[in-house]
Design a protein around this ligand. Structure first.
Ligand code: HEM
Length: 135
């Protein structure tokens, strides 16, 4: 049920925006302008690749979960080396959800909202707490 709602919302968004990348990062950088400078010399490439990986991770998490939990745990720690704390790392999934909500407009239902909220919370629970990274 949750997986169907998530998949459906991604399909609806893809029909409205061929490329989600500019939409997701416009939202991320509106919330956190300081992050824009982090993406190096080829920001479009790195941003596109990162979003693709995040979307694949979502699809794995709602599917057979072969690697998503491990990837969130490992990448959230890897990102700490770029000064992206684990709590900020998992915010990326919430920013994706907020971007889809905006794109879908009236097609974003209460059920879709609940599905994404639950998903983001469950994915966030896979990242270590701040103390865990330092321990
Ligand atoms: C707000 C949250 C996030 C920020 C600010 C962020 C930022 C960054 C930055 C600065 C890089 C390094 C780029 C470079 O090579 O110079 C990077 C790489 C990468 N990010 Fe993110 N990231 C976030 C969330 C995520 C999420 C949720 C995923 C996937 C589930 C992800 C996957 C990756 C991958 C696969 C790379 C390539 C290098 C590596 O494995 O570390 N990122 N990210």
């Amino acid at each position: 049920m949750r997986a169907d709602l998530i998949t459906q919302s991604l399909e609806l968004a893809a029909a409205r925006a061929a490329d989600l990348t500019p939409h997701v990062y416009a939202r991320l950088f509106a919330e956190r302008p300081e992050l824009e400078a982090m993406f190096g010399d080829n920001p479009r490439l790195v941003q596109g690749e990162m979003l693709a990986r995040a979307l694949e991770t979502i699809l794995d998490f709602i599917g057979d979960r072969s690697y998503a939990a491990n990837l969130i745990s490992a990448e959230s720690m890897a990102h700490a080396t770029y000064e992206v704390a684990p709590d900020l790392f998992v915010q990326f999934f919430r920013v994706i959800a907020d971007t889809l909500r905006e794109l879908l407009g009236a097609e974003w239902t209460d059920e879709t909202e609940r599905a994404w909220r639950g998903l983001v919370a469950d994915m966030a629970a896979c990242a270590p707490q701040d103390e865990g990274v330092l321990a």
